[in-house]
Design a protein. Structure first.
Length: 525
């Protein structure tokens, strides 16, 4: 067997270039695989034992995987705007999901008004790549404004479906009622979007392409594909009962006085705190176990989708000329949505309202705790990446724009992606890029709890959260306290001062919009 192999190798060496290789002038393709509301802990490779994600796990382990990657916001639209522009949501003044949350009398402050769509004057990532000759295709969720602010007006030549909102119109089971996406009885949305993405890869195999596959899943409605739901039903039935409380309480960290962890844990045993609604002391429940069979099925369908994309690239001989990036737009929905503040979730409907658990992280989608903003991220850069390694350098979705430009050999656009830094060196195994800190700004009340609006900064191992109702700050050392349970603000006043100044200076620098008092404020009972 050895001799023919050597001969074959010599024969290849004699050729001017491998026959299957693309011309040197052709830049690599880019697949950006963005999922919606997938938490940091929702993949096997990030520690889930209930959700099964073999395709993603295998690929992540053969990529550069980030342990401390963040979404630019804990809700959808700001993160997506930031990925597309390389700017912080605060600088874009696109700081809430679109069209945004209305005001309610329990709020001490009025919500800032988010910009209603991605600004046309931005040169988006898709536009930058299109200018370089890339085919650009957007498949799935947009959520950056209604027409005429759709993907086609922001650099994409193709979009499927024609639907701009942040959720699937009629859910995940056909009929989808989505223009531009046909369906047959029994079809499942994640699968159908993948079919279309695979066709797009086929059609554009001979030119560089940017495929932005932006799944609606696993955002609610929490609806798994039937065969996978049956699989997880059986898995749940044979699983040992989970340890620890199924839910914990979270209050408003900016209340005067705020409830301590011990006080919250004591109250959850009290009769007055039964049920799933906004509870006394403005508390809400946060799910602590991953045991949602519908959600697990949604996640595994995403895994299948990813596997099909990778298999298609391999079948077309494009694996070694395609950069693949996987990430999520915010943390897992482990808190119910109180867009209607009087909502009561019936015990039989818990799985529709509480998708997953972000443990060991605190909080949920809609919160500035790690559970709201820390997300999976891995990048495969063929021929260049230090694949098989993990990086604990804090990075953010805002970085993807300059990272992709550098990886495809395009010049940086420093006046555009002003807040992102290229991670290309880091992906190659080099040192962390220079940057003082990461910042978040959310001048809005959240659908997923009664916490005060606020902002946050992470510098090194430390993270400071500052709330806008009463200016309370919390300080955590994430290296020692990933779950953000031990507030160091009183113990380390000097660090609080330094990080607060850094955060305030940054807000001034990006012209962050601050909140005004709510003239209709009426204290909740
Ligand atoms: Ca989202």
């Amino acid at each position: 067997m050895r001799i023919p192999l050597i001969l074959a190798s010599l024969a290849l060496l004699a050729l001017p270039a491998p026959l299957h290789a693309a011309p040197a002038s052709r830049p690599p393709n880019v697949v950006l695989f963005l999922v919606d509301d997938l938490g940091w802990r929702d993949l096997g490779v990030y520690g889930s034992t209930f959700h099964e994600t073999p395709q993603l796990d295998r690929f992540a382990r053969a990529s550069v995987r980030f342990t401390d990657a963040y979404a630019p916001c804990h809700v959808c639209s700001p993160t997506r705007a930031s990925i597309s522009t390389g700017k912080y949501p605060a600088r874009l003044q696109l700081t809430d999901w679109l069209p945004g949350r209305r005001d309610f009398p329990f709020q001490r402050l009025k919500n800032a008004t988010p910009r209603p769509h991605l600004p046309f004057e931005e040169t988006t990532l898709a536009e930058a790549l299109k200018d370089r000759g890339y085919a650009t295709g957007h498949f799935g969720k947009w959520h950056l404004g209604e027409d005429p602010s759709g993907p086609l007006q922001h650099g994409f030549e193709v979009r499927v479906p024609h639907w701009n909102k942040g959720w699937p119109n009629a859910g995940y089971h056909a009929p989808f009622k989505l223009d531009g996406l046909s369906d047959a009885p029994g079809d499942y949305l994640t699968d159908r979007l993948t079919d279309e993405a695979l066709k797009y890869i086929e059609q554009n195999r001979s030119r560089p392409f940017f495929l932005y596959l932006s799944h609606f899943a696993p955002h609610d409605p929490i609806q798994g594909r039937a065969d996978l739901v049956r699989k997880y039903q059986a898995k749940l039935e044979r699983s040992a009962p989970a340890k620890g409380l199924p839910f914990v309480l979270e209050g408003n960290p900016d209340a005067k006085p705020a409830l301590s962890r011990a006080e919250l844990d004591a109250r959850i045993k009290d009769e007055a705190y039964r049920g799933f609604r906004v509870l006394p002391d403005q508390t809400v429940k946060i799910k602590q176990h991953q045991d949602n069979i519908q959600f697990a099925a949604m996640v595994e369908a995403v895994d299948e989708s990813f596997g099909r994309v990778i298999a298609k690239l391999e079948a077309l001989g494009l694996s070694e000329s395609t950069i693949v990036i996987f990430t999520s737009d915010n943390g897992g929905m482990s808190a119910a949505n109180f867009g209607r503040p009087d909502r009561v979730v019936a015990p039989a409907a818990l799985d529709a309202a509480f998708a997953t658990s972000n443990l060991p992280l605190r909080g949920a989608k809609g919160w500035l705790y790690e559970g709201g903003i820390r997300v999976p991220l891995f990048i495969r850069w063929p021929g260049r990446g230090a694949h098989g390694t993990a990086s604990s350098v804090p990075v953010i979705g805002t970085d993807l724009y300059p990272t992709i430009l550098e990886m495809v050999g395009a010049p940086a656009l420093p006046t555009q992606h002003v807040d992102g830094v290229s991670l290309a060196g880091l992906v190659r195994g080099g040192p962390a890029p220079e940057r003082s800190a990461l910042f978040w700004h959310f001048p809005h009340y959240s659908n997923h709890g009664r916490q005060s609006p606020g902002g946050a900064v992470r510098q090194g191992d430390y993270k400071l959260l500052e709330y806008f109702e009463n200016n309370t700050v919390q300080l955590f050392n994430l290296r020692d306290d990933l779950g953000e349970q031990h507030d160091l603000a009183r113990e380390q006043p000097e660090r609080v001062r330094q990080l607060t100044t850094l955060l305030h200076d940054w807000r001034r620098q990006v012209s962050a919009v601050m909140m005004e008092p709510n003239p209709n404020f009426k204290a909740a009972p």
